[in-house]
Every structure is written in structure tokens, then in C-alpha cells.
Ligand binder design. Structure first.
Ligand code: F6R
Length: 242
């Protein structure tokens, strides 16, 4: 795995947006897999700046998102779809037809997960996946115990993950207990992966993901076996690395 450390998240986010833009220039039909969350906010900010500055043409790209909560109201502002509309899709005027999202309102969630997997395959697989990491080492919402062969499915969220996401919901009680997520195997099929971590509270998970043993206790450790992973960190998240 290639590990790149920056002084701060702004510099790191600039670097990440350069990679994504380069990938789009090289392949205008790029299929992207995207994450939400605090880490992604500065990344989308820099990415959008670069898109406008360099006049990057997004007309042919397609995006999939990693995950979505189950149990929120259709119009909830805490939905990942709302986050993406607000922080990225609307700002770059991506068309609805360019966006794929897991539908937590489907009457049969198992079928919905299979539909998502089939849709990814229909697009020829994912070219570039952008991941954050949870304090428990999760990628997507693959909490500890998620198997290497796991695919898109319904998952239960950890107490720690729910606690960390409380900030978006104002009360712990309101944080959903379940979500839909792409699986580890789904993520591992992406041709290229960038994993991002900012801040001191991620340094233990980062250290275990990069230097620890590959195990389902730290989902991100499975990435050690992927052939094209770049880990982008700020100095705080890198603090426990040798
Ligand atoms: C979100 C996702 C999660 C987050 C992770 C880090 O779509 O897939 O894996 O990337 O929980 O979240 P933040 O960036 O809020 O610390």
C-alpha cells in the first residue's frame, strides 16, 4: 500500500482531488464509488474547486455510494443521499441518471442489495473507490466481523460508530441501528482505492489497517491485499505509524 502523509487535511484533499481529476481525464466514463462523512467534506470542497478551475467534464462519469442508513424518513437531512446532494452532486450538477444509491425503502432489502451489485457489474465494475475509515477500522459500514467475502447487505451498526455519528443526529438515540453497505469483497473489486483518514482519533485504526494483521477485526486491513491502494493521511492520523 502506498501511504502519503500531508501536514493538514486541506493539502491532503487537494492531492486526492488531483488524483480523481486525473482519472476522469484519462477515462471520461469513470465509475466512482464515494463515501460520506466528516473526512469527505474537505475532499469534496477541493474536488469541486478543481473541477471548475480545470473545467473537468463530468458528463460521462457514474457514481455509486458506499452506504445508506436504514430507518430514516424520506426527507431526512441525515440521509447520506442528502449529504451527497448538498456537498457534491448539486454543486457539480450531476444528473440523477449518473448517480446510483442504495434504496433503504425497498420492500425487500436483500433484493435491493443484489440489484445494487448487478448495477455495479452492468457498469463494468468500479474504477476508483474513495473510502474513509471508522475508529473501529470499518470501511463502508463493514463493522468488525465483516468477512473478506462479504457483499452488499444489511448490517447492524456498532455502538462506537453510532456514537461517532451522533453529531449529525443531535442525540445518540436517533442514530439508526442498521444500514445498507457495499461489502468488503465489493470494495476489493474496485480497480483503484484511496483510503483517507484525518485527525488524531483515527491514528490507531490507521496503524492497525496498515501494519496490523489482516483480519476481520479491522475491516480496512483487508486492503493490504489489494494491488492499488493509496492511503492519504494528515499528520495527526499518521502519528502511530513507524
Ligand atoms: C460513510 C462511510 C464510513 C465513513 C467512516 C468515517 O459513507 O462509508 O465508512 O467513511 O465512518 O466517517 P467520518 O469521516 O465521519 O469520520
Amino acid at each position: 500500500m502506498k501511504v502519503v502523509v500531508f501536514k493538514n487535511k486541506r493539502k491532503a484533499s487537494k492531492f486526492i482531488s488531483e488524483i480523481i481529476c486525473e482519472e476522469i481525464i484519462n477515462n471520461p466514463n469513470l465509475v466512482l464509488c464515494l463515501a460520506t462523512g466528516r473526512t469527505m467534506k474537505p475532499v469534496y470542497r477541493q474536488f469541486i474547486k478543481k473541477i471548475y478551475k480545470e473545467k473537468i467534464n463530468l458528463n460521462k462519469i457514474h457514481t455509486f455510494n458506499l452506504d445508506e442508513y436504514i430507518g430514516l424518513k424520506q426527507n431526512s437531512r441525515e440521509k447520506f443521499r442528502y449529504f451527497m446532494d448538498k456537498n457534491f452532486f448539486n454543486k457539480v450538477k450531476l444528473k440523477n441518471s449518473q448517480i446510483s444509491f442504495l434504496n433503504p425503502y425497498a420492500s425487500n432489502l436483500k433484493k435491493e442489495c443484489d440489484r445494487y451489485e448487478n448495477e455495479i457489474n452492468k457498469f463494468g465494475g468500479i474504477d476508483l473507490t474513495i473510502l474513509g475509515i471508522g475508529r473501529d477500522g470499518h470501511i463502508g459500514f463493514n463493522e468488525p466481523g465483516s468477512g473478506r467475502k462479504s457483499r452488499t447487505r444489511v448490517v447492524k451498526l456498532n455502538k462506537l460508530t453510532r456514537k461517532d455519528n451522533k453529531i449529525f443526529f443531535h442525540s445518540f438515540r436517533k442514530v439508526p441501528k442498521e444500514a445498507l453497505t457495499m461489502g468488503i469483497d465489493t470494495i476489493m473489486h474496485s480497480k483503484k482505492i484511496i483510503l483517507i483518514a484525518f485527525g488524531r482519533n483515527k491514528n490507531e485504526a490507521v496503524q492497525k489497517a496498515i501494519n496490523g494483521k489482516i483480519s476481520d477485526e479491522i475491516s480496512a486491513s483487508f486492503l493490504q491485499n489489494h494491488k492499488d491502494v493509496t492511503i492519504v493521511l494528515d499528520s495527526f492520523a499518521a502519528r502511530k505509524l513507524d
